[in-house]
Write a protein that binds this ligand. Sequence first.
Ligand code: 9WO
Length: 256
Amino acid sequence: MRIDVVTLFPEWVGQLEQFGVVGRGLRESRLELACWNPRDDADNASRRIDDRPYGGGPGMVMQGPPLAATLERIQAARANRVPVIMPSPQGQAFDQDEAQRLAEGEGFVLVCGRYEGIDQRFVDAYVDKELSVGDVVLSGGELPAMMIVDAVARLLSGVLGDSRSASEDSFVNGLLDHPHYTRPPRFADRDVPSVLLSGDHARIERWRAQQALGATWRRRPDLLARRELDATQKALLEAYIAEQKGESGDPDGAGE
Ligand code: 9WO
């Protein structure tokens, strides 16, 4: 898997190479990450890649030609053409399914906008997909790009130390995560759920599955609505809800 990132701040994105799952993926050659600065493709001595917006208005707009030249260098450096993705608030929601789709491919190019945005003609002519990491406007596309790289890197086989981690991640199975506990045994006047100390792995696995179902029911019912639960999951969730109703005395079990 090779990911190319077009950014005015290559040193930023390059930090990904130092840490975490991306660093491990790079060190183990499961992932290649290359950063490209469009200023290197500017056609002027001052390496300018932005200009004033046609039609007036505040700020500056990133010009198309330097970005197009950078893309041409990238595609020339790659064996095959890969999708060009632009992180953008206007984009399709980036979710675990999209991360999985990207992880199954040969790679992709991420083009990070700055200033007020990128000349629309570049977007129309060269960008295959815009991806949004949330309904928020940031200073640039770099942080969303780093999120996309990290989410995809986690899914590459062998990048995670324990391959189960990726498959058990939140959202991978369409549910939120179960809670996690570690030493000390007592903290903030709270104990560890006794089931986790029982050594009964089947019971622990059931409890974790129930907690993930319960958390999803309480916090993200929209995710639950998208899932077909099997009989075991339905029974675990029903028991969770019944317990919630019992504890909160909440007749309709509305949870929080
Ligand atoms: C800025 C903007 C402002 C209001 C409504 C929509 C908007 N889109 C953009 C935009 O695409 N800006 C460019 C990229 C240049 C400025 C920084 N950029 C950016 C990307 N800000 N926020 C994102 C982003 C990307 C992915 N998911 C969420 C936000």
